[in-house]
Design a protein around this ligand. Structure first.
Ligand code: SME
Length: 162
């Protein structure tokens, strides 16, 4: 098992993701505990990509409940349709938010968070969790992040979800 993540910090964003995803797959493929794997994925993404906050909210009944994450403490429960995370759950689609202050109903866990991307993980046609990534810079996410984080979400649905 790979026990560390090695990413050249001088690489561009797409190249970093291209180097990172196979390392995440290697890190998680021989472990069957979902929480352990999600914890390592959050740590790997935050460390390699330099994001402000990376974490998972798990669907439990009619709420999202905070799961493994890296970064400052965050709100623990989000209702269906609420905030960016609840909206991504409801829409079953990735939501890109260039400026969180412009998103109606955005839930501010930290005033330092300026932009955000939320990617649902869909298994057997059900959203089982969302991957939430926050940046402390405005407009920090684009279709490159969406493309690679959706690849990761598919991997999580296939290999990590129990
Ligand atoms: N901003 C999110 C809440 C989660 S935190 O960013 C960690 C939202 O509006 O759903």
């Amino acid at each position: 098992m790979a026990e560390s993540i090695t990413i050249d910090p001088t690489l561009g964003k797409a190249e970093k993701y291209t180097a990172l995803l196979p390392q995440i797959y290697a890190l998680t493929e021989n472990e069957n505990d979902m929480i352990a794997n999600l914890a390592n994925i959050a740590a790997a993404l935050k460390e390699a990509m330099g994001f402000f906050w990376v974490g998972f909210y798990l669907v439990k009944g009619n709420q999202l409940v905070l799961g493994p994450f890296q970064g400052p403490v965050a709100c623990t429960r989000i209702d269906f349709g609420k905030g960016v995370c609840g909206y991504a759950w409801q829409m079953r689609q990735t939501v890109l938010v260039p400026d969180v202050e412009q998103f109606p109903g955005h839930i501010a866990c930290s005033t330092l968070s300026k932009s955000e991307i939320v990617v649902p993980v869909i298994k057997d046609n059900q959203v089982t969790m969302v991957l939430d990534v926050d940046s402390d810079q405005l407009n920090n996410f684009d279709t490159t992040d969406q493309y690679f984080l959706e690849q990761l979400a598919c991997w999580i649905a296939e290999k990590i979800c129990m």
